[in-house]
Write a protein of this length. Structure first.
Length: 168
């Protein structure tokens, strides 16, 4: 379990959430969080199929040495999640590996209280401990609040992915 040096202002020092490696016992909560991500992204993805979707291979994220899936826990309740996954970089880049961050989810009643910062700090520290210095993530270009939050954490826009419907 990780207690970070930075405590969100919304919490007393000994009351701040604990960031810990996710366990198989967390899987039911993580599956609910996954659907929370799906529903949040459905607004930005008109071509998404209706109903529940599977985004993540939770078993792999929970067991792989190339991934670190964490949860934030407050008073015994899992309230947030996120993962870092080590990927090989494009061969023309200076860094051989990068950590891709994903599954960033915070229960609605805990948003705006610094939980994502705690999770990103834990993922960043894990990446650095694996000699990975480049962090990347994806965010929908229309999701201004998320973009603003990630920029506040130090991320910068890098590449805009574009799409079009070529018709049937």
């Amino acid at each position: 379990m990780i207690r970070t040096e930075w405590t969100p202002a919304a919490y007393k020092e000994n009351d701040s959430p604990i960031i810990r490696k996710a366990a198989f016992a967390d899987k039911p909560v993580l599956l609910r969080f996954e659907q929370g991500v799906v529903e949040a992204e459905r607004t930005f993805t008109p071509e998404m199929k209706p109903g529940p979707q599977q985004y993540y291979d939770l078993d792999w994220l929970l067991t792989s040495s190339d991934a670190y899936l964490v949860v934030a826990e407050s008073n015994g309740e899992v309230i947030a999640s996120g993962y870092a996954r080590i990927n090989e970089s494009k061969p023309y880049l200076r860094h051989p590996h990068e950590a891709y961050l994903g599954f960033m989810y915070v229960l609605p009643e805990y948003r705006g209280k610094g939980i994502n910062r705690l999770i990103i700090d834990a993922l960043k520290n894990w990446a650095k401990s694996h000699n990975v210095s480049e962090l990347r993530l994806e965010v929908y270009s229309e999701n201004a609040p998320a973009i603003k939050a990630y920029e506040k954490f130090g991320f910068k826009p890098y590449l805009l992915q574009m799409r079009m419907d070529a018709g049937n």
